[in-house]
Write a protein that binds this ligand. Structure first.
Ligand SMILES: O=c1ccn([C@H]2C[C@H](O)[C@@H](COP(=O)(O)O)O2)c(=O)[nH]1
Ligand SMILES: [Zn+2]
Length: 193
């Protein structure tokens, strides 16, 4: 007996161009980074448990109550006028935003190799693996210290090379006719005139 229903495009076999877990989690981290207001470096982090469930997502941003139009985003020789003393790092936000009791034995997917401060929080929270893309601050003492601590604490680190150069979310696939009116829809309607 054939239990497989026909899909909307007529195919009875499963899609093969689905996102693999690692791509999905790293893409989630990169999507979170799109929320960052930092003009030079946008970082996103996504924490995943042993059942492949996302339990925390974060990006670099100002702390709650610290208006991101008021606090500085630049770099200045005056430390108080520079972003560094204020901004919450993506990894710390992902840990603080967790929706589970614990992140013990979880894996963190993150756009940039974590700094020493984030490494301490990763270790103390019980995260067991860090998967990262960019190591652009490898030469910095904060990254060297971070690597020392993560290694000493037995947290595995793995650099990730994305499988796809681009992951696109294509809203043109939507049935726009049955969606409520928005400026974008009006523009689309006009485009097709
Ligand atoms: O572990 C880290 C390290 C840095 N960040 C954030 C903090 C800042 O907003 C930027 C770094 O800015 P640069 O202009 O590249 O110095 O990245 C983070 O979220 N996590
Ligand atoms: Zn950090």
């Amino acid at each position: 007996m054939d239990l497989k229903p026909e899909s909307s495009n007529g195919s009875t076999t499963k899609r093969l161009d689905y996102l693999e877990w690692e791509e999905y989690f790293m893409a989630t981290a990169f999507l979170a980074a799109k929320r960052s207001k930092d003009p030079s470096t946008q970082v996103g982090a996504c924490i995943v448990n042993e059942d492949n469930q996302i339990v925390g997502v974060g990006y670099n941003g100002m702390p709650r109550g610290c208006c991101d139009d008021v606090f500085p985003w630049g770099k200045s020789s005056d430390k108080l006028k520079s972003k560094y003393l204020y901004v919450c790092h993506a990894e710390a936000n992902a840990i603080l935003n967790k929706n589970s009791a614990s992140v013990k034995n979880c894996t963190m997917y993150v756009a940039l190799f974590p700094c020493n401060e984030c490494a301490k929080q990763i270790i103390q929270s019980g995260i067991k693996k860090v998967v990262y893309v960019s190591d652009k601050h490898a030469h910095k003492k904060s990254t060297i210290a971070s690597k020392r601590m993560l290694t000493a604490a037995g947290v595995e680190t793995q650099q990730y090379c994305p499988k796809n150069k681009k992951i696109e979310i294509d809203f043109t696939e939507l049935d726009w006719d049955q969606l409520p009116s928005t400026p974008l829809k009006k523009k689309k309607d006009n485009d097709s005139l």
